[in-house]
Design a binder for this molecule. Sequence first.
Ligand code: NAD
Length: 493
Amino acid sequence: MSKDIEKTISDLRKTFYSGKTKTYDFRRAQLNGLLQFVTENERQILDILSKENRKPKFESCISEISHMKTEINEALTNLKSWMQPTKPRKHISYILDKVEIHSQPYGVVLIIGPWNYPFDLVISPLIGAIAAGNCAVVKPSEITPACAKFLEDTLPNYIDSSCYVVYNGGVAETTKLLEQKFDYIFYTGSTAVGKIIYKAAAKHLTPTTLELGGKSPVYLDDSADVELAAARIMWGKCWNSGQSCVEPDYLLCSEYMKDKFVKAAKKKIQEWYGEKMKQNADFCRIINQNHFKRLTKLLEGSTIVLGGHTDPADLYIEPTIVANVKTTDPIMEEEIFGPILPIITVETPEAAIEFINNREKPLALYVFSTSKIEQNKFLDGTYSGGICINDVLMHYSCSALPFGGVGASGIGTYHGVYSFDTFSHKRAALIKSLDRFGEFTQSVRYPPYTENKLKIINLVTMNIPGMDFVMSNATLPLLLVIFALLYFMYFKF
Ligand code: NAD
């Protein structure tokens, strides 16, 4: 890492206070720059990603290129309205005042990304940071060094480098970064490192979003079409070789469904990848030897009912299903983050709900069921960052929905307008006039404090049912009534 971090942040802060990043035109120009970065470098980005872990271009197109473009276009389309102050419904006691909420940028923000979607997971938060008017330091993952270097070398050609800086490095460099005071930290990565980030942020009382991982369960109900469910679940397990934060981690189903599911999953894997699975270009590799060893260790002594082939030289792990799993097995104790699916049998939806609620709140929860009653049991009786009924992963790319975890799976959300909101401080603005007319209504608060003045204040500040309707539909008559009331109570008593 060559840049002097203290000077970089101090320069960024000066730029921020110059107001440069706050105008609508500047934010728009930078978002257009990001769009140009993605569009003009699409081929190179796909090549780099495929070199890192043989990620199929099809998957990269959807999960990186297309997602970044969608997020940028959504911000470009809505930026003007997002930037407008909002006017909440106000209490009658503020009838003469302007009550507004202004979205203000925090200042200089830090974005730390993981390796599994190395472009999207730093660019998507950066879209929110730019749209909200901040300066930013972006720290990509060192585990995907070619992506990190490409971002550092190329991004400055498209967005203003006096406002947005890519800072590369590993643990030592990130630790140094975290010693600095930022105005916001947006971190994506493991729960274990998330705790380190949160602790570092606490030193400066820096507000923080933590996009973390964990074990996202799938419940397969007896009512579900097992072939369809198996296709969707195994697709989620094979996408990026299961190296997604919202990958379906383990499957809960009845003994009756277990065999049917394994049979259907076998059929799908055969249909998708054929006999020579290892040679198939549509299935990517594990990111490095550390993760390969971690994953193959999880398979030791297990009952493999599908797949199980591995090759350390090629970092290859076949899509694998494991049965007869005990809750105390290591595979049920850590996030799998790979193409291995353990099955735990539970005989009722209630037992599945109890199983899920006895563990940390997951980032995602998947339920396959045709029964509305069973679906509602999970919607009402479980807790997770997001829930997706009858599919996996797909809620991630729905920008109308906030994406993020809860409890051990994270703090805060982003995507679409939620990214803008995440990187904006919602500043309360009460704007009053300084005229004599307004002062008449306000003077009741001044000494001498009397019983009558207290009666007036209590009357005005109490919540009257239906007053919201009157406030929005009959402000003038209401004002006259209030003044008459004040006049009689204040002067006649
Ligand atoms: P990681 O926590 O190892 O690393 C993430 C970032 O933190 C990297 O930039 C790294 O340099 C930095 N880092 C690592 N150790 C650090 C330390 N000791 N001090 C300071 N910084 C440190 O995560 P990863 O392996 O890159 O990513 C996989 C994890 O991320 C999984 O748990 C996955 O579920 C999670 N994830 C979550 C989301 C989400 O949106 N919620 C998305 C992708 C991945």
